[in-house]
Design a protein around this ligand. Sequence first.
Ligand SMILES: [Zn+2]
Length: 489
Amino acid sequence: MVINFNQKTRKILSIIVALIILVGGGIYTFKPKNSLETSKLEAVKNIDRYTIEAIFDDESKRLMCNQNVEYVNNTDKDLDKVYFHIYPNAFSKKEFAPFEKEEMKKAYPNGFNEGYIDIKNILNNGNKLSYEIKGDKNDLLEIKLGKNIKPNEKISIDMKYNVKLPNSLGRFGYGDNTINVTNWFPIACVNDDRGWSLKSYESLGDPFYSDTSDFYVKLLAPRKYKIGSTGKVTNEKFDSNRGFYEIEAKKVRDFAFILSEKFNIDKDSFKGITINTYNLNEKLSKASTKIAKDSIEIFSDLFGDYPYDTYSVIASDFFIGGMEYPMLVMIDQSLYNEKNQFLLEYVIAHETAHQWWYSVIGNDEINEPWLDEALTEYSTVLYFEKKYGKDVGDKLIKTMEIQTKHHLSENIFKPSTQYKNSTDYSLNVYTKGAVVFNEIRNKVGDEVFFNTLKEYYTKYKYQNVNGAKFVELWNDKGVDIDKIIREYK
Ligand SMILES: [Zn+2]
């Protein structure tokens, strides 16, 4: 995610970068390698499988859904219950709404409007399972399995539910242009070496944590809408007023889709990856496609291949900069500004980097937000360095150092919930985080730095990591990353 505060500070950056690019004309030093193999999805054992049938009712902005989950017990203990996040309930009451107080007006320009999930029943092979709605925001679902499932054993869980979308310009909801269907279905909570991760939909930062799974989604929606989604449409049919879509998304950790009547869709491709941009300002369609393509190209070269066959960048009614989902990112439509394309480029590059750090490699975003955000913010700097030259990257880092010089004693490794506000969070986790990564690079040299990031990506592909595993990888190479980081705490 790119949060609000950064938009302001990045205006300063944008002037610097615009000047450098104008004067230098831009140096596109990056050359595609022809030796990269067509990427293959490595086998991931025992992943959950979601099959969802959803009918979208335009008038009531509701989804009527049937969902089956083949849930796998990936722990080493027997399980008699499982937990799912039911994030739409975080929008059911004003006091739950996952926004800071001063953001509420932007999130709900027409006043608070509720969103929720209404669970109708939960079954296993036709037998009812008992369940309870829990969590600080009624956004957790505890399902009692009525039996024990052993390690590696699967259980089939059927759910019937309705989802009401709020009139909200956050990640989940709808505005005048787009309908943002994100974090909308019951998704299994992660059960890692600390046990179940049962955190609610927090206001600050991205509060998500999930396991790589396979998704098969059937969607019926009014024909007038164009749809951008995670995965690939494998079949579509239309009658006079409805569109029916079958979508497949394998080895991803979430499934999102955005609808709009107004999308101007532009396409390009890079090594077999179809790159789609869904634009609301047609004049910037080509520019956004170019940025998306350059981002995929640059990060594939730096970290390892983008492993999916499509990537979509979607202009949305979304007021918080940008937001990442697997194979798809939402970008605040107000950033598509012909006079200042720097912010648009910055945000698209940032969200695209999350395809490596969040989507392919996952982490607990509440407990260790630095792990994906600091690395993603530094990857954004690398994008500008590779595309426009080292001096542009250096200027960005210099500006970040100045911005964070009063925050040097603060800890960037706290959970997102322990930061005072989005400014405090953004300056520490993103900005100072990027400076720290630059410091690591300076200390170890480019070869060790980029090889270690490549190794990290290959080793933990489709898995969830934590800070300890990340640090261990560097320690194994004789790099005392702790010491480098401590100096910046
Ligand atoms: Zn981010």
